[in-house]
Structures are given as C-alpha cells and as structure tokens.
Design a protein around this ligand. Structure first.
Ligand SMILES: Nc1nc2c(c(=O)[nH]1)N[C@H]1C(S)=C(S)[C@@H](COP(=O)(O)OP(=O)(O)OC[C@H]3O[C@@H](n4cnc5c(=O)[nH]c(N)nc54)[C@H](O)[C@@H]3O)O[C@H]1N2
Ligand SMILES: Nc1nc2c(c(=O)[nH]1)N[C@H]1C(S)=C(S)[C@@H](COP(=O)(O)OP(=O)(O)OC[C@H]3O[C@@H](n4cnc5c(=O)[nH]c(N)nc54)[C@H](O)[C@@H]3O)O[C@H]1N2
Ligand SMILES: [Mo]
Length: 807
C-alpha cells in the first residue's frame, strides 16, 4: 500500500477493483463507512461477480475475468481525451514531459513493443528509456506537445481503447462503464482523493503486474499518489504477507527489496556497480547490503572478504527459474530433492495439482511444519495413492499458532505491530523460533570443521541469540535489534537507516525496518498511542511503519509546486463535526517541511538552482513514471492481452496472449480450447474459510457454516444444462475434472463479449481431502501458467465446462 488502512476514511471515491474487500478484508469497510458518513465517499465495485462488496457499494460494474487492462486502458483514454487529469500534478510530479528514446515503439499489428526475442519470449528493454541531452539529463517538453514526450506517447497508445471497444471486450454495459469513469475521474480535481483497492482479482493473471501498473498510471494522471485518501492499495492476504516479502521470502530478493545476486555478479563491487544513480534514494544501496552482510556474518565479514558477499548463494543468471511453479518442475526433474513447507499447504494452494503431486512423489524427504496435518503432509495417503509405491520420507512437526507465541506481524499499510502470546500451546508443540534455533545449531555442529568452500558461509554466519527454550521473548528481542541495526563502534541501536555505512561499521538486517527499535523510543512495534493531531488517521504513535514511521509514502506530492497543500484538501474534524481545509504536509523556506506525517526524503522543495526536488525519491528523475523506464518484463506500458485460455480474440492488437508470460512445461499440452470448454471460470474466497481450509475446515463451527465445496452458476446457464440448485455437478477443464454442489444464482454471470454471449462461473478453492469437512481440490482444474514478472498463477481466469451428474 502507498497509504494505509485508517487512511481509507479520507477518500472521496474508492474504486475496489479485483477484490471482494467486504468479505476478505472486512476492516477496510470500517474506514470506508466512516468516509461515506463524513465526506460522502462514493464506493465503486468492479468485479465479474456481484458480491457482498457490490452489495454495499454505490455503483457496481461487471467486467469479465481477465479484461482489466482493457478496463483501465479505457479509463486512461477517457482521462486524456476529456482533459480530466490533474494538470499541475502531471506536469511537475510525473514523467509526462520527458522525451522517450527514439528506439522505443509499439506495433498494434503484431501487439509487440520493440526488441522482442521470439525464442526467449522476452524483450531487450534498453530502448524503454529517456532521450538525453549532452549532460546526460532527460530532454523535456513542459508544453507536453512533443510527439515523443511521455504524455503524447500515452495518449497515442491508449487512443485505441475507446468506450465502445472496451465495453465490448470487458462485456460491461457501456453506460455503467462510463459512469465508473465519470465518478472516478472527479478525483482529478485538486484536493480530491481517489483510492484504488485491489487484491487477487488483479494479480492472479498472466498480465497481473501490468494491471497494477495501469492503476499507477491512472493514479498519477489524477494526482492520487502521496495524497491522504488516495493511493494504489494492495489489500494483502495473510496477516504477515507484507512482512514476509519485506524479509525476502521471495527468490529474487534480499531483505528490504535489495536484489538477490545472480552468478553474473560474483563480487560485491560488481553488485554495487548496478546501483541506481543519485539522487535516487536507491543510490544508498551499497550501505544497506554491507550492513545486512555485517548482521549475517558479524566479525567474519570484513572489507577484505567483501563482507562475506561471496558466501551468499547466487542464482543462475539464465537457464533456471526459482519461483513456486518452477520449484515443482524442478522436483519433477529431480533437481530439487527435499522440501520444507513451513506454514504452507501447496497441494491445495498451488496450480495444476497433478504436476505438484508428481513432484512430491519424487522427493527424498518432505518436512511439514504446521499446526494441522494438511493435504501436503498427508499427500502420500491421498485418495487413490498407493503409499507403498511412494518413497518420500515425510515428517510432520506440530507448530504453535499465532495465539500461542509472541512476535511481530507487518500488515499491508507497512505497519509493524508486536503481538503478545494469549495461551500456552498444548503438549510438545513448538514455535518457529525454537525449531529454527535447534535446526541451525544442529547443522552448525554437523558442519563444524568442514573445509569445503560451499560450507564456509554457513559456518561463518553468526548465531548468538539467547536460547528460545529459556525465553522466547529474549530471542525475539535480540533478532529485532539485529534487524533494526546497530552502530558497531558504540554498540548502540541505530535511530534509522540514514546513518548506515558502507564500511562495515554498522549492521542492519533489513534497512527499511531500521528505526523500529531505538535507544530513545525502545521497541516501537509495542507502542499503542492513539493521538492523531491532524485528524488524518496517521496515528504516528501506534506501532512503527516502514520506512522511518512514514504512513503515506511519496507524501511530498500532497503539496503543489510552491510547497502549499493542494487547494481543496480537506479532512474531517471530529470536534467541529465537519470537513475542514488542512494541510497534510507543507513546505516553507523558513521552517522546512512540517505536517502530520514523516516527510519523504527530507530534501528541500527545490534545489539550490531552483529545480523541484520531486516527491518520487526512489527514482533518479524524482518523478512518477507514467512510462516505465526499463519496463516490466512485458512492456513499459500496459497493453491488453487475453488470458492463456480465453473465449475471445484479442481486439486491441494482433497478439492473443501476453508475449512474455510464464508457460510451465505441462501447460501447452493441457491448454483448453473455447470450442470444448466454453465457460470462463474464476476461483475466489469466502469469509467462512481461510485458503486451503487447514485452519478453518478443522474448526467445527466454521466447517458447519460452510460444509461443502460449491460452484456459483447463473440461472440461465443452469437452466440450459438442466442443473438445479443444490445438485452435484461435474466441472471439467483440460487439466482435470472435479465435482461440487451447484449454487444457482440470479446474479448476472453472463457477458456479451465482442458480440458473443459467454457465461462465467466461480468456485471457492478451500477444500481438500483432510479436515472435518472435505471436497475435491479446485486446483486440479487450473493451468501451470503465470505472470511475466511474478509468475503468479492465472487462478482467476481459465476455461471449463460444467455437466450435470446423472448419478
Ligand atoms: N475470509 C478470508 N479472508 C481472506 C482470505 C481467505 O482465504 N478467507 N485470504 C486472504 C488472502 S492471502 C488474500 S491474497 C486475500 C484475497 O482477497 P481477494 O482478492 O478479495 O479475494 P478473492 O476472493 O480471491 O478474489 C476477489 C475477487 O476478484 C474477482 N475477480 C476475478 N477476476 C477478476 C477480474 O479480472 N477483474 C476484477 N476486477 N475482479 C476479478 C472475483 O470475482 C472475486 O470477487 O484475502 C485475504 N483474506
Ligand atoms: N485456485 C486458487 N488458488 C490459490 C489462490 C486463489 O485465489 N485461487 N490464492 C493463492 C493465495 S493469494 C495464497 S496466499 C495461497 C495460500 O496458500 P497457503 O499459504 O498454502 O494456504 P493456507 O491454508 O493459508 O496455509 C497455511 C498453512 O499454515 C498453517 N499455519 C497457520 N499458522 C501457522 C503458524 O503459526 N506456524 C506454522 N508453521 N504454520 C501455521 C496452516 O495450518 C496452514 O496449513 O493460495 C494461493 N492459491
Ligand atoms: Mo494471498
């Protein structure tokens, strides 16, 4: 999230697109309801399905699954055609005026950007850059009329996305679509805030990352980044999924979003040579990696040995993938031989279950750490399997749940909060820390004395935390201090990351968390102060938000080019009981920055030569990127492509599917065709269950509330197939077939897509063969394909057929 949960109360228009927030993130609605009462906030819901979120929204617009870039492209075109953008914001705070390199092009006949390599299914992205002057600075045209400036390129690119064409592709009623655009674009006015809330209905697609890029473009055009009540707001899933990405539970990252090195960067000097140039904040990266290495390797990390950089495992630069789907491919190829699932149930959660089960069968060992015996832990005795023929050795370690241990979680708003233990775990159940500590100590003793170069890093790693068996709290405390970072010359905790050094004199496990635990404030994640001086909902004394306790990132964009709050910016004052004009941030020559949040970066409004120090401090050019320099893997501008399995031709360009998306080994042979599988299927959640159901299908009261796997079918489709409400039906994709109960509904799930009538059905995916209530696994149906940038599976749009079961 650029903003945070309580900030939803400052929004004038909320566009919920790709989330059933009312059901999956109920707390978002606590603040949206405040916004509705206090500032007449309008809530718009765009979703293929009429849900509990639609029911409490002011406006609902259906679009078929997988048509999001058409929807957003239409809005970008609508903004530019009707001059609805926030002109001053666009001019000063985005790259609209910057001139793009001559080599950049997009060809709608082929649907490709320049420099595409067919055999590698990838782009050379070097032309997706600016044209530079003699001093190496991007050329600019502040009149926005140069045909190669970003503004004009954007305008030209999205001119194809007319209302008529978008409505036809999305299968949306054109009047509803226009209403959505009209209402949302009112937030382009100075002082008005529009927030986009999204979750898996945007990301789980072969063009998932570009959906989010499209939102970012709209928010930049309307001046909706860095403003209270605005932003691009991912409603993140698990309570600590934000924390897990911050801490690099992803293959391509080190903690704090430092890139994980590949074999192409064997030395620290080579790694540091890829550092972005000043004034980008990222130019400080060498300090963050050196401090991280000091945290990992302690005294063994010296300037002479690159602080132990050589000990970090390096990914292969080419030829091998490491993401979730590739992991199972590599099990099948017998490259990966053992697996630990630690709070994960991939047999139910991952795509194309058959492929995954084949992979698990080939493992030598599997360790599952979980409070419950999941489908993954029990995969060797799954229905139809012969345990005698499976040689994988499986261990299940019972783990404490979050009520039974203390520690922190970081929510979507980047807010890190400490949670205390509520009850003791039963029996011999242990915490993650205990297992991790015992595992590390045991392995270290087994490796002791080894002279093998590949063992040197593991042996050099410091592991001097207090024994969690004696005190779990002391263990957590020591880890948190190391993550926060220390001045190694004084032994004192760092105040924040600004003091981190490149010479090994500081350590810091994760730079963005620096400041959460300081000498002055103590452990700020435990802080629970409820003061809110500006009434903006920032609550700076509650927990700690990274970076440096900033609640809204890019918040310098909440002032105009003179440093004054945007005209019309208003907050609800509870004492006055009405909206009042009030700054969020402000700049004055005499007083510098002031306001109700921690200012971004802190550099003065203008440089000594009078140029604006832009608010987008992570980029060298200091402005938001409408056109993505360096691009995502699949382009510098979002372009509509059809999902891997789709009922229609792409009407926007000459290419059917995203040219760079991940195609797993099993995908081409198991691709369903519209002629055989004429129904769109999407998978989603219900309030009563949690994901794979391990935690909820084992709770008697939740199991009773939602006891069966069901498929939602529109009444017309059901009638045409002779299916009645409550009957068991069979759902087939090219990958497999499962049974579920039919839930026949009058809510519209019928779309007119480019002149063709197409039905969409939807299923929960909370069921499996363990637990108090059971059902067939929906991921038997999904395909092994994924996004070009994240490789997230396309769970939200694939083709099926549905049949009555005549049993
Ligand atoms: N009770 C409960 N709450 C949860 C979870 C849970 O399992 N149970 N899981 C948590 C986790 S980890 C996550 S990631 C979040 C997920 O939160 P959400 O993303 O809200 O969850 P889903 O129900 O998977 O999907 C949301 C909606 O996306 C819609 N959708 C499908 N395709 C499209 C499309 O192309 N465009 C648009 N605009 N919408 C589309 C679906 O119809 C569905 O209503 O929820 C979290 N909260
Ligand atoms: N078809 C389809 N598939 C999907 C999705 C979809 O929308 N459609 N959504 C995807 C998404 S967004 C997500 S996040 C994944 C979720 O996939 P998973 O994360 O695999 O699903 P969960 O059921 O949340 O599994 C978490 C496991 O952790 C265990 N657990 C709970 N607390 C603790 C603890 O404190 N310690 C330990 N060690 N274990 C604990 C639970 O018992 C459970 O077995 O599924 C993905 N799969
Ligand atoms: Mo998730």
């Amino acid at each position: 999230m650029t903003n945070h949960w309580t900030d939803f109360r400052n929004t004038d228009v909320a566009l919920i697109c790709g989330s059933n927030a009312a059901e999956n993130h109920p707390l978002s609605f606590k603040w949206l309801m405040d916004a509705r009462e206090q500032r007449d906030c309008k809530i718009i819901h765009v979703d293929p399905r009429f849900t509990r979120t639609s029911a409490v929204s002011d406006l609902y617009c259906p679009i078929r699954s997988g048509s999001n870039i058409a929807f957003y492209g239409g809005m970008i075109n609508y903004i530019l055609e009707n001059s609805l953008e926030h002109r001053d914001y666009v001019l000063h705070y985005t790259n609209a005026a910057l001139i793009v390199s001559d080599g950049y092009s997009f060809d709608d006949a082929t649907g490709l950007f320049d420099s595409y390599n067919d055999s590698g299914r990838s782009y050379n992205t070097s032309n997706w850059s600016y044209k530079l002057d003699e001093d190496g600075k991007p050329l600019k045209d502040m009149t926005l009329s140069d045909s190669r400036c970003v503004y004009q390129i954007l305008k030209q690119h999205y001119a194809r996305y007319t209302l008529e064409k978008v409505a036809a592709s999305c299968g949306a009623p054109i009047d509803k679509l226009q209403q959505v655009y009209d209402i949302y674009c009112t937030t382009g006015e100075s002082g008005k805030a529009g927030s986009i809330l999204y979750a898996m209905g945007q990301t789980q697609f072969t063009s998932g990352s570009q959906n989010i890029r499209a939102m970012a473009i709209i928010q930049l055009l309307l001046g909706n980044i860095g403003i209270p009540g605005a932003g691009v707001n991912a409603l993140r899933g698990h309570s600590n999924v934000q924390g897990s990405t911050d801490m690099a539970c992803l293959f391509h990252l080190l903690p704090g979003y430092l890139p994980a090195p590949t074999e192409a960067l064997p030395t620290l000097a080579e790694y540091n040579a890829t550092t972005p140039a000043a004034p980008a904040w990222w130019s400080n990266r060498p300090k963050y990696i050196a401090s991280m290495l000091k945290a990992w390797f302690g005294d063994a990390a010296t300037e002479d040995n690159d602080f132990g950089y050589g000990w970090i495992p390096k990914r292969r630069a080419t030829g091998r993938a490491y993401h979730h789907q590739a992991l199972f491919e590599n099990m099948n190829a017998e490259i990966v031989k053992g697996m630990i699932t630690w709070g994960q149930n991939p047999v139910v959660a991952g795509p194309n279950t058959y492929e995954m089960l084949d992979g698990l069968d080939k493992l030598e060992w599997l360790v599952c750490l979980d409070p419950f015996e999941t489908e993954t832990a029990a995969y060797w005795k799954r229905p139809g399997a012969n345990p005698a023929s499976i040689n994988t050795e499986v261990f299940l370690l019972p783990m404490e749940t979050f009520f039974e241990k203390e520690g922190t979680v970081t929510h979507s708003g980047r807010l890190i909060q400490y949670r205390w233990k509520a009850v003791d775990a039963p029996g011999n159940v242990r915490s993650e820390s205990w297992v991790l500590d015992r595992l590390t100590r045991t392995l270290k003793s087994l490796y002791a004395g080894s002279n093998k170069p590949e063992d040197a890093g593991f042996l050099a790693m410091t592991w001097d935390y207090p024994d969690p068996e004696a005190s779990h709290a002391n263990f957590i405390d020591a880890v948190m201090r190391e993550i926060n970072g220390r001045d190694l010359t004084t032994g004192k905790l760092m105040n924040n990351f600004i003091g981190l050094q490149e010479d090994g004199s500081t350590d810091c496990g994760c730079w963005i968390y620096s400041g959460m635990y300081t000498e002055t404030h103590g452990n700020r994640t435990k802080s629970r102060m409820v003061d809110d001086p500006g009434d903006w909902g920032a609550y700076l004394g509650w927990g700690f938000a990274w970076p440096v306790n900033r609640r809204i990132i890019y918040n310098r964009a909440s002032v105009d080019a003179n440093g004054k709050p945007w005209a019309g910016l208003r907050v609800y004052d509870p004492k006055e009981g009405k909206l009042v004009e009030r700054k969020y941030m402000e700049w004055s020559q005499a007083g510098g920055w002031s306001g109700y949040d921690v200012v971004d970066g802190g550099a003065p409004l203008r440089t000594d030569s009078g140029e604006l120090n832009g608010p987008f401090i992570m980029f060298t050019e200091l402005v938001g990127r409408l056109f993505a320099i360096g691009g995502l893997a699949d382009g510098p501008l979002p372009e509509h492509y059809e999902p891997w399995e789709s009922p229609t031709d792409n009407t926007f360009n000459g290419r059917q599917n995203n040219p760079a998306h991940f195609i797993g080994k099993t995908a081409p042979d198991t691709r369903g065709d519209y002629s055989e599988y004429p129904i769109i299927c999407s998978t989603w959640r219900v309030c009563e269950h949690w994901h794979t159901g391990a935690t909820t299908r084992n709770m008697p009261w939740l199991a009773e509330l939602m006891p069966e796997s069901f498929i939602e079918i529109g009444k017309d489709l059901a009638a045409s197939k002779g299916i009645k409400n409550g009957e068991t039906v069979e759902i087939l994709s090219k990958r497999g077939a499962i049974k579920a109960v039919a839930m026949v509904t009058a809510r519209s799930n019928k779309f007119n897509i480019n002149g063709k009538e197409v039905h969409q059905v939807g299923m929960t995916w909370h069921f499996g063969y363990k637990g108090l209530v059971q059902g067939e696994m929906v991921n038997n149906l999904t395909a092994q394909v994924g996004d070009s940038n994240t490789q997230i599976p396309e769970y939200k749009a694939f083709l099926v057929d549905v049949r009555k079961v005549n049993a």
